[in-house]
Design a protein around this ligand. Sequence first.
Ligand SMILES: *Cc1c(COP(=O)(O)O)cnc(C)c1O
Length: 370
Amino acid sequence: MKSFNPPSRTLMGPGPSDVNPRVLLAMARPTIGHLDPSFITMMDEVKEALRYAFKTENKLTMPVSAPGSAGMETCFANLVEPKDKVIVCINGVFGMRMKENVTRFGGQAIIVENNWGEPVSPEKLEKALSENKDAKIVAFVHAETSTGALSDAKKLCKIAHNYNCITIVDAVTSLAGSELLVDEWEIDAIYSGTQKCLSAMPGISPISLNERAIKKVESRKTPVSSWFLDLNLVMSYWNEGAKRAYHHTAPVNTLYGLHEALLILQEEGLENSWSRHQQNHEILKAGLFDIGIKFLVEEQYRLPQLNAVFIPEQANDEKVRSSLLQDYNLEIGAGLGIYAGKVWRIGLMGYASKKENIALCLSALNSVLK
Ligand SMILES: *Cc1c(COP(=O)(O)O)cnc(C)c1O
């Protein structure tokens, strides 16, 4: 064995995205104890900066020590009680995972099916709620990374609240890339990831729960079935001001990285980050149009940070992607689920959302396709 030196790639897939070198440097700083007073000061800054990124005042806003999928499980494990009826809106792969979470925690999933590549239909949600007045939770994905479609989170939350449901929203790909206003839209529980538009390393999942969601957790009749993800226990370590009790060893250096990534987001400004993602999407869109490549999602619902495009008929999916990787050090994403072999997913996330990457992607695609 010798030391591992990864090839230098440009990451334009569905995540992870290119990590800002400042984040990598921050992670290389010496490890200190996870109960060290100066580490605890940093933890408080991370929580405050996450509130900024989520546009929320929620006290319970913190990073779960595991990837986005663990943020997803945290929300479902704590909020779903056995026999709870949960409306799950599915318009892609990640909605299906939500359903899987509901049933594994003993809930009853009512599925609202939507076409893949389209946003979640508010009308279909309304119909499902009117037929299931005993439903307790509505869950949906804000930015469906498997198809590149953005759903109207504000509208969906409003409908859910009209039927006294709390909402669980997947914002793994939307956070810092698309407008997301947790308090204003009254999202009750939300989870995200660090390796998409925050451009930090994979492995951390920011979450945020409002009072309504916390009340549902506190009124549980059964204990949370996962020890590691039980928020009552985790909060004894992450709580503000409270004396920190050992729950698990925090991923100390990874959190240095998240701290730096959130600092970079503040320096740029959240709204500026949203508009940079949009502007770069427009440039990519124009370039793809010139080489005759078409988008899967209708223009008004497209995610700027995840561009799902049809593979040209004469092109060989795997050959093109492996040539991009070998000859140009460029990674783009394959299609998922029903779109495997049919679409490519070109990510413009976080640090990777910049003009030089678009130029590289377009010229590389152009030559490989020729
Ligand atoms: C990437 C992603 C996840 C899963 O995140 P991991 O960090 O891979 O566990 C969940 N939901 C969506 C929408 C995603 O894009």
